[in-house]
Design a protein around this ligand. Structure first.
Ligand code: AMP
Ligand code: ZN
Length: 212
């Protein structure tokens, strides 16, 4: 099963990825997580990505596509994968389709998480993340048991530098200008399913489960 999680920043892609990867037994591929790891490790890709991410802009297609094509060629992706945060432009979607078509493969399901701007803004300004394992918290709805400490592995729970009102607003405009058109693209391919993501987490989770 090859699955794409689509939706604006803050719709819950990272939060709900686990349902898909556990049910389908496929790896979770988050391009944002890959870039954050690259920045932490000081790699050339990390250095290039950082300036874009800090502004809430997209990293150039060529950089992202190469990274994803290499990742999905790894052995653990042979039976499928979940893409979270990729594709984000038409060029990325077409490059992905071409790379898969060359192997006789295609995207089987696109889960489109629908969420209003107000909910996104509220969630992202209060979002906190574990620096070690990526677990997602929220200061209001899901704080860690000990402030600043991850429940799972004791890692540091921090606020992403791009989770500020200014950068979130820009990420939302970028989503509308460059990513939202993928909804029609995948609808045209007959693989898109809409899921309401501005309701409570359990409702969204069960809607996703019923698609799998
Ligand atoms: P995310 O963790 O998915 O919110 O991504 C954080 C940031 O990483 C984005 O705001 C972009 O700057 C960059 N990024 C992640 N995925 C992509 C992508 N598919 N194309 C371009 N930039 C990306
Ligand atoms: Zn953790």
């Amino acid at each position: 099963m090859r699955v794409v999680l689509l939706g604006p920043p803050g719709a819950g892609k990272g939060t709900h990825a686990g349902i898909v990867t556990e049910t389908c037994k496929i790896p979770h591929i988050s391009t944002g997580d890959m870039f954050r790891a690259a920045i932490k490790n000081g790699t050339p890709v990390g250095l290039e990505a950082k300036s874009y991410m800090d502004k809430g802009e997209l990293v150039p297609d060529s950089v992202v596509c190469k990274m994803v094509e290499e990742r999905i060629s790894e052995a653990d992706c042979a039976n499928g994968f979940l893409l979270d945060g990729f594709p984000r432009t038409m060029a990325q979607a077409k490059a992905l389709d071409a790379a898969l078509a060359a192997k006789g493969q295609k995207i089987d399901l696109v889960i489109n998480l629908q969420c209003s701007d107000e909910v996104v803004l509220g969630r992202l300004t209060t979002r906190r993340v574990c620096r070690t394992c990526g677990a997602i918290y929220n200061v209001n709805s899901k704080p860690p048991k000990v402030e600043g400490v991850c429940d799972v592995d004791g890692g540091e729970v921090y606020q992403r530098s791009d989770d500020t009102v200014e950068t979130i607003t820009n990420r939302l405009s970028v989503y509308k200008a460059q990513t939202a058109e993928l909804i029609d693209y995948y609808k045209g391919n007959g693989v898109l399913r809409d899921v309401k993501a501005d309701v409570n987490k359990d409702e969204t989770a069960s809607a996703i489960r019923s698609l799998l």
